[in-house]
Design a protein around this ligand. Structure first.
Ligand code: UDP
Ligand code: MG
Length: 316
């Protein structure tokens, strides 16, 4: 009987989500491969083409056909970076996995430092943004507000964190097998897990080519997902608004009683309009907050897969 020989897993897997990155993907893969070769004996690079409409996947296929350590996964459509990263983590076989962007904004030059921290015992190495000079003032302010809000309300530290991380095999298995939630926020999940964490600090590099895929609305969506996934505190705003309306009601009632006692005409029209508008808007805001949670629950119970794979290259 022929014994089945399992291939030895590589030391490091690099997982790169890519959406319309055909301009720079070859340079990025070559640069990352060169750095991996300099610090470990065995590695693999998995590029997840997240529904690109350009030549990204074709370029990955060409490199994969020339080097078996380079692999590609093509998703059936654009599922978003979170799903693309999950697909990569699910297929990575390395003892440790490094997630990084395809536009070289996560400088691959830091990989040896991350690997060294992992080899000295860290289960998760977070690359923390030291400098956000590539972001506009608006982006900096928005990132500051939302990261601090999530950190304070959710009890996890995502301040200045990025998706540039090294995760050891145990952590990767936990993320893939034990955290099945549909609403994913990778940065938050990796902080939530615990284990032994270590940090490196990097300056965000300039985008290699092309432009950011995140619009204002997609960032807002990710921020709401992150907040809702990690905290139920926003629901308390509903209670708070209810309490405010109650106080308002009592004040108006007290004023009316006072006016009656003093035989004055109760001032009516303006007060009623103000109260109606206030109560109306409080109810709408409350419904909106509750609605966000219900929408997320609905997405979870539908149980659809995180992503669908159309094609693979270099993966058995
Ligand atoms: N990306 C992706 N799917 C998307 C949007 C982005 O896989 O729907 C990838 C993109 O190709 C890049 C990484 O996620 O490798 C970060 O995207 P981008 O550079 O546009 O974001 P930013 O640097 O502005 O945060
Ligand atoms: Mg980028």
């Amino acid at each position: 009987m022929n014994a089945v020989i399992k291939p030895c897993p590589p030391t490091i897997s690099a997982v790169i989500p890519a959406h319309n990155e055909s301009y720079g993907i070859e340079t990025a893969i070559k640069q990352i491969a060169q750095i991996l070769t300099s610090c470990v004996s065995d590695w693999e690079i998995i590029v997840i083409d997240d529904g690109s409409s350009d030549e990204t996947y074709q370029k990955v296929c060409a490199l994969a056909n020339a080097d078996s350590r380079i692999k590609g996964i093509m998703l059936s459509r654009n599922f978003g970076k979170e799903s693309a990263m999950l697909a990569g983590l699910g297929h990575a076989t390395g003892e440790a996995v490094i997630t990084l962007d395809a536009d070289l904004q996560h400088p691959p030059g830091f990989i040896p430092e991350m690997v060294a921290k992992w080899q000295s015992g860290a289960d998760i190495v977070h690359a923390v943004k030291r400098d956000r000079s590539q972001d506009s003032m608006g982006q900096k302010a928005a990132a500051y507000c939302i990261n601090h809000l999530i950190s304070e309300l959710g009890g996890i530290n995502v301040k200045n964190s990025s998706d540039f991380k090294l995760l050891n095999r145990t952590v990767v298995d936990i993320i893939v097998q034990q955290l099945p939630e549909k609403q994913r926020f990778f940065r938050g999940l990796t902080s939530w897990i615990g284990y032994t964490e270590d940090y490196i600090y990097f300056d965000v590099a300039e985008r290699h080519r092309g432009e950011s895929k995140w619009s204002f609305w997609s960032l807002l969506e990710l921020s709401i997902t992150a907040l809702i996934s990690f905290s139920s505190h926003p629901l308390r705003i509903v209670t708070f608004l209810g309490a405010m309306t109650l106080i308002l009601g009592f004040s108006v009632a007290a004023d009316a009683i006072w006016s009656l006692i003093n035989h004055q005409t109760v001032s009516g029209y303006t007060t009623i309009i103000i109260c109606l508008l206030l109560i109306g808007s409080f109810i709408m805001i409350s419904l909106g907050i509750i609605g966000e949670y219900i929408a997320k629950i609905y997405d979870e119970v539908k149980g659809r897969p995180h992503y669908l794979i159309k094609s693979k290259v270099g993966i058995g």
